[in-house]
Each structure stands twice: as structure tokens, then as C-alpha cells.
Design a protein around this ligand. Structure first.
Ligand code: FES
Ligand code: MG
Length: 599
């Protein structure tokens, strides 16, 4: 590591060191001196490194970044840079109503403005809670300044009465126990709270661990960074190393466009199958790819991800939690196992300045029950099935959470174990579901397919995680713990529910899911990757005519200005729910030139 200034002129010098324009230089310089920085520092040509701070009291999953940022700063200083920390719009998955799904694009927009409009040469992206990771990566891809991500790390393992309790996953179980009368209100709170024993993000393989793992698989974090639990000493140590490294990256001019290539995204898709990753990952990777200008389609998940086995034994698909994942070797061990089986592109560049193969080759699992080898997986061909049919253009199903009991109950005949049929019951939004699910008059039995609509990016708005619906209490008491669910919304990555979700287009834009009626028969055929409503084309056409005449699908009005703006611009889940047109600003630090002066 050198302590020398970068040899090229850095963009921050256009703010702080422009002898030909003393007026503007003085204007920019004076305010950054007012808390103790010196003119010598700011005019030294040292890289100015932003720390994009996603932690706050409102974002408890990422709050530990406030502490870790101290170590990041020390790394930046030691490597010869100057750290400038700034806030990112808060996103907290469980606390934000009506859904944090609204906030990813808002945080993205804010971070793009910050990275582009201020004197920054590089940035450390502090990632963690579900949507903080894609929001930061989308912005870094757009602006294309040197960028490295730092996970806050998962919480320690949760424990209750001698058993691991994983965040999110325990809630879905506790809901069933409460519905069945096995625990009371207080017991419910205690059981759920046991899953959150320390600072950090969800300790299950939910969307947070998934997206942090994929940020590392993409090459945007130091190897090993994703899985270190938040309170461990290694977490603060890698924060320091991340600070060191970003300064070097600025000097090398190693940018997101060098790292976020199509090969990197295909690696991430394969890693997602291997880890049993969240069904939110295709939405977020589509969004990051779109802002990076990389072609990536929903079919890539089927083509490149479906055949990859599940090798990580974490809840909800398996049994362990975040600490176990780290002790088994984390993402480098997963990628090492995949490399040993020839399943990864080793040539992709990473934030270390070296390729995936140079970073990872030879790394293997240290706990074979937690991270298996590809030869002895938890499940073969465990990626998502990308489904099509006459009620949507695309939807996803996470194969790794389909239980044998579930398959047994629904298969049409033993010769065709991947196809099942049943009548559906349709809910318009989660309020409708909560009001009617336990009412016997709704008519749900053990062969009913539950449908949730009005839950997409426009209808909800923001696409809510409400498609994983528990069966009625009277079925749970009989031992029926899951029914097939289909919906135009999302589902929590911590849910083990075998749902068909992210259905695009959603009911709110007139997708055929809006034409379903309770009592309709649906056929789900996993082998042929289809879901079909079993009515004639004539019947469908008649329903379409009546639907259009009635003015389309009704959804609640926008309650905030952002809900209104996002609804006007947002694309469907299949294409990442990005803001239409925002993907036309790729690599803007290079293509847009410097921003105009402020005065
Ligand atoms: Fe924030 Fe799970 S709710 S990481
Ligand atoms: Mg969630």
C-alpha cells in the first residue's frame, strides 16, 4: 500500500483545488474546514472517500455501522485517504410501513445525487438490512465511482429452550403456534424476540444474508466479509481492511463497471441457488444489473441457477444460522465448493483487484454439515423455477423449501409428481386475507390454493411481502402447515413457504391474475414450469371485457408524494421494480462529466 497521492487528478480536486478559479475553490473549501479539516489536507490530492452510512436508530439491523465506521475511517486514513461520512435514507425491512419495498428506489435516488454532487472520489457502501444492499449497489453502479461494500454482519444465533431460533423464520412458526393455541400473546413475543440476541441483520438465509452474500459473490466486498457476525472482532477488523482497500481502489481507478459484469451476475445467480437464497434476489439483481447496463433476464435464473444444488444448511431451507455459516467458511467456502465443481466463472474481477479464482480457489467448507460439497448437497437442482402461464407472464418458486409432505399432498398422480391441481380462494390484499382466512365460510380445505393479489409494486404500493399465507387455524390444528400460495407480491426471504410469487404483471396493471375468481381451478406443473387457470379462452376473454368495462383493478390511493411518484414510474417485479428511465444514466461520473458549479 502506498501513501502517495493518486497520480491522476481526482474529481474532488475540482472542488478543493482549482487555482484558476479561487472564487469557487474558496466557497467549497471554507465549509469543509468548519469542523476541523485543514486546507492542506483537502488540497493534498488525497482521495476523499465517502462512507455511505445506512445505520441509524431507525435502522437497527444496520445500526452497528455507526460503530464500524470508526474502523473504516482508520483504514481510510492509514491508506492515505480522507473519510467523509454521510447518511443514506433509512430502510428497515420490518419497521417501515406500508413496506420497505417503497424505499429502495428512494434511497437509490438520494445516494446517486450524493455521490455525484459532492466532492467524493470513492465510497464505502455500508450494507445489511434487505434493501439497503441493492439500493447502495444500484447507486454505485449508476455513478460508477470506485466503490466497495461492507456488510454489518448478521446477529448472533438466536436460541430458545435449547433450539436455534432464526429471525423471521421463527415468526412464521410462532404464528402457527399461536393460531393453534400452543402459545399465548406473551409467549409469542418472547419466542420471536429470542431470535434477535445482538446487533446485526437477520441471522437466517433471508433477504439480508442473501443480498450480503451476493454482494460478495458479485465481487463488491472483500472475500469473507458477508458472513462475519456483527459483534465479532473480525467484523471490525474487516471494516478496517475495507477502509484500507477503497483508497487503493481509487488509486487504481477500479470501478463498479470493472466488477459488475454479466459473468459476475451469473456467478451470483449460481451462488443464490447454492445458499438457498431469497426470492427477493431476482428483483434486486435485476435492478442492479439494469443500472449497471448489464443484460440480465428472469430466464437467466432458470438457465443458470436452476440446476445448481443447495449446499448451505441455513434456515429456512435448512437448520443452522449465521454464526454457523461464518464458522463453516461463509461465502468463500460456498464459492470454493462451486469452483471445485466447475460451476463458477473464476475470471471475474473483484474489489481486491484480483479475480474470483485468485481470491477463492482452494477455499473449502470447514463444517461439512453447514456448507456441504456439491457432491453431497442438501438438494439437487435447488434454484428457482421460473413459471409462466395464462395468469401471469412470469413468477418464481423456490424449490428448496418444498417439503416432501407438501409434494405428497398435492401431486395429481404418482407418475407426474411435479403437477398438482386445486380450487383457489382469492384475497385482495392482506387485510382481506386476515379478515377471512379463519372463517370456515371462506371454504378453504387442505387442497385449496391461496391467491393474493393487489400486492405488487403499483397495487400495494411497493410490493408487500404478503404472499406467504398460513392456512386457517382449523387446518393447522389438523397438521396442515402449508397450502400452495400464488401472488403478485413478494414473500419474506425468511419464509419457508412454497409460494409462487413475484407474479408479473400484477393485478393493478391488469394482469390476468386480476381475472381470477374464488372457486376457479388452477393447475401447477413444476416440471413444465407452468401455472394455468383451467377455463376456456372464450371465458377468459369475456372476463377481460367485463374487467375493462368495470374500470380495471381497484387499489388504495397514494398516501404520500413518493408513493404517487413511484407508482407512475416503477416497473414490474420481473424487471426489478426500477424507476423507468433512471436506467438511462449509466456510469454518469464518466458520461455526464462533472456537475456544474453551485454558485
Ligand atoms: Fe433488517 Fe432482516 S429485518 S435484516
Ligand atoms: Mg422482508
Amino acid at each position: 500500500m502506498s501513501d502517495q497521492p493518486a497520480t491522476r487528478r481526482l474529481r474532488s480536486q475540482d472542488w478543493f483545488d482549482r487555482p484558476e478559479n479561487p472564487d469557487m475553490t474558496a466557497l467549497y473549501l471554507e465549509r469543509y474546514l468548519n469542523y476541523g479539516l485543514t486546507a492542506e489536507e483537502l488540497q493534498s490530492g488525497k482521495p476523499i472517500i465517502g462512507i455511505a452510512q445506512t445505520g441509524s436508530d431507525l435502522s437497527p439491523c444496520n445500526r452497528h455501522h455507526i460503530v464500524l465506521a470508526e474502523r473504516v475511517r482508520e483504514g481510510i486514513r492509514t491508506a492515505g485517504g480522507i473519510a467523509i461520512e454521510f447518511p443514506v435514507h433509512p430502510i428497515q425491512e420490518t419497521g417501515k410501513r406500508p413496506t420497505a419495498g417503497l424505499d429502495r428506489n428512494l434511497a437509490y435516488l438520494g445516494l446517486v445525487e450524493t455521490l455525484y454532487g459532492y466532492p467524493l472520489d470513492g465510497v464505502v457502501l455500508t450494507i445489511g438490512c434487505d434493501k439497503t444492499t441493492p439500493a447502495c449497489l444500484m447507486a454505485a453502479a449508476t455513478v460508477n465511482l470506485p466503490a466497495i461494500a461492507l456488510s454489518v454482519g448478521p446477529m448472533l444465533n438466536g436460541w430458545h429452550e435449547g433450539e436455534r431460533t432464526g429471525s423471521g423464520t421463527i415468526i412464521w412458526k410462532a404464528r402457527q403456534m399461536l393460531a393453534a393455541g400452543e402459545i399465548d400473546y406473551k409467549g409469542f413475543m418472547e419466542l420471536v424476540a429470542s431470535s434477535a440476541p445482538s446487533v446485526g441483520y437477520c441471522n437466517t438465509m433471508g433477504t439480508a444474508t442473501t443480498m450480503n452474500s451476493l454482494a460478495e459473490a458479485l465481487g463488491m466486498q472483500l472475500p469473507g466479509s458477508a458472513a462475519i457476525p456483527a459483534p465479532y472482532r473480525e467484523r471490525a477488523q474487516i471494516a478496517y481492511q475495507t477502509g484500507l482497500r477503497i483508497v487503493e481502489m481509487v488509486k487504481e481507478d477500479l470501478k463498479p463497471s470493472d466488477i459488475l459484469t454479466r459473468g459476475a451476475f451469473l456467478n451470483a445467480i449460481r451462488v443464490n441457488s447454492a445458499i438457498g437464497g431469497s426470492t427477493n434476489a431476482p428483483i434486486h439483481l435485476a435492478a442492479i444489473a439494469r443500472h449497471a447496463g448489464v443484460e440480465l433476464s428472469i430466464d437467466d435464473w432458470q438457465e443458470h441457477g436452476q440446476d445448481v444444488p443447495l449446499i448451505v444448511n441455513l434456515q429456512p431451507a435448512g437448520q443452522y444460522l449465521g454464526e454457523d455459516y461464518h464458522h463453516a467458511g461463509g461465502v468463500p467456502a460456498v464459492m470454493g465448493e462451486l469452483i471445485a465443481a466447475g460451476l463458477l466463472d473464476e475470471g471475474c474481477m473483484t474489489a481486491t483487484g484480483r479475480t474470483v479464482g485468485e481470491n477463492i480457489r482452494g477455499r473449502r467448507s470447514k463444517l461439512p454439515d453447514v456448507i456441504r460439497s456439491v457432491d453431497a448437497p442438501l438438494m439437487e437442482a435447488a434454484g428457482f423455477v421460473v413459471l409462466r402461464g395464462n395468469i401471469f407472464d412470469s413468477a418464481l418458486m423456490k424449490v428448496s423449501v418444498i417439503s416432501p409432505e407438501f409434494r405428497g399432498r398435492y401431486l395429481c398422480n404418482p407418475d407426474d409428481p411435479d403437477a398438482f391441481e386445486g380450487p383457489c380462494v382469492v384475497f385482495d390484499g392482506p387485510e382481506d386475507y386476515h379478515a377471512r382466512i379463519d372463517d370456515p365460510a371462506t371454504g378453504i380445505d387442505d387442497r385449496t390454493i391461496l391467491v393474493m393479489r393487489g400486492a405488487g409494486p403499483i397495487g400495494y404500493p411497493g410490493a408487500a411481502e404478503v404472499v406467504n399465507m398460513r392456512p386457517p387455524a382449523y387446518l393447522i390444528e389438523r397438521g396442515i402447515h402449508s397450502l400452495p400460495c400464488i401472488g403478485d407480491g413478494r414473500q419474506s426471504g425468511t419464509s419457508g413457504s412454497p409460494s409462487i410469487l413475484n407474479a408479473s404483471p400484477e393485478a393493478a396493471v391488469g394482469g390476468n391474475i386480476a381475472l381470477l375468481r374464488s372457486g376457479d381451478r388452477l393447475r401447477i406443473d413444476l416440471a413444465r414450469a407452468r401455472v394455468d387457470l383451467l377455463v376456456s379462452d372464450t371465458e377468459l376473454t369475456e372476463r377481460r371485457t367485463a374487467f375493462d368495462a368495470a374500470g380495471g383493478y381497484a387499489y388504495p390511493r397514494s398516501q404520500t408524494p413518493w408513493q404517487m411518484i413511484q407508482r407512475r414510474l416503477v416497473t414490474q417485479l420481473e424487471t426489478g421494480a426500477v424507476l423507468e428511465g433512471a436506467d438511462g444514466f449509466q456510469q454518469l461520473a464518466q458520461t455526464a462529466g462533472l456537475p456544474r458549479d453551485s454558485h
